[in-house]
Design a protein around this ligand. Structure first.
Ligand SMILES: CC(C)(COP(=O)(O)OP(=O)(O)OC[C@H]1O[C@@H](n2cnc3c(N)ncnc32)[C@H](O)[C@@H]1OP(=O)(O)O)[C@@H](O)C(=O)NCCC(=O)NCCS
Length: 163
């Protein structure tokens, strides 16, 4: 069975982690991770706007309630858009990103989405690798999608996963 067919909703995610909808109270811890792992992080206001937009926004905490990561998923007609996914730097490379992708896919499938779309910087080798390992495939490029230092722009790779 491929990983994308395993439903974390059915399996209870993991005995070591708990998932919960992100709350405004989570934002200080979320922003600490966001500012640490991204060269161009989202702002507090971006997260607040998202929380009020009705997106699927989830946090993952470890057994000691430490915030391990979070993701934001926007659901459209039949396509989900993964807007952000991040794992605490010290906890990366342990399968947490994959666990959250599984949860995002299970959520999207449960809401009758047919695919998940995302954008990723070509320079973000690690994220591209993680998405490919999970089954996402590149379907195009958005020119000048991301800001770069010095006022330049970086293209985005658009990736899609069929559900
Ligand atoms: C991208 C990110 C969410 C991935 O989370 P993670 O917890 O580190 O990833 P995982 O440990 O779950 O790795 C998932 C898979 O990718 C593989 N992988 C992870 N890092 C890798 C690397 N550097 N090279 C090769 N493979 C790698 C893992 O082996 C795993 O594959 P497997 O399940 O088949 O063994 C995390 O690194 C992160 O928060 N990065 C900063 C924020 C970011 O760039 N987000 C994405 C924006 S588009």
């Amino acid at each position: 069975m491929s990983a994308v067919q395993r439903s974390p909703l059915e399996s209870g995610v993991s005995p070591l982690f708990s998932l919960a909808r992100m709350q405004v109270d989570d934002l200080p811890a979320v922003m600490a991770i966001e500012n640490d792992v991204y060269p161009h992080p989202w702002t507090h206001g971006n997260f607040l706007d998202s929380l009020y937009s009705g997106y699927e926004i989830w946090t993952l905490r470890d057994a000691s309630a430490l915030l391990a990561g979070y993701f934001l998923l926007m659901l459209s007609v039949d396509e989900a858009h993964l807007l952000n996914i991040a794992v605490r730097r010290s906890m990366q490379g342990q399968g947490i990103g994959r666990l959250m992708l599984e949860h995002a896919a299970a959520l999207a499938r449960a809401r009758d989405m047919k695919s998940i779309l995302l954008e990723v910087r070509p320079s973000n080798d690690r994220a591209v690798m993680v998405y490919e390992r999970y089954g996402f495939a590149g379907i195009g490029i958005r020119k000048g999608y991301y800001p770069l230092a010095g006022g330049n722009r970086e293209d985005a790779i658009v990736m899609s996963l069929a559900l």
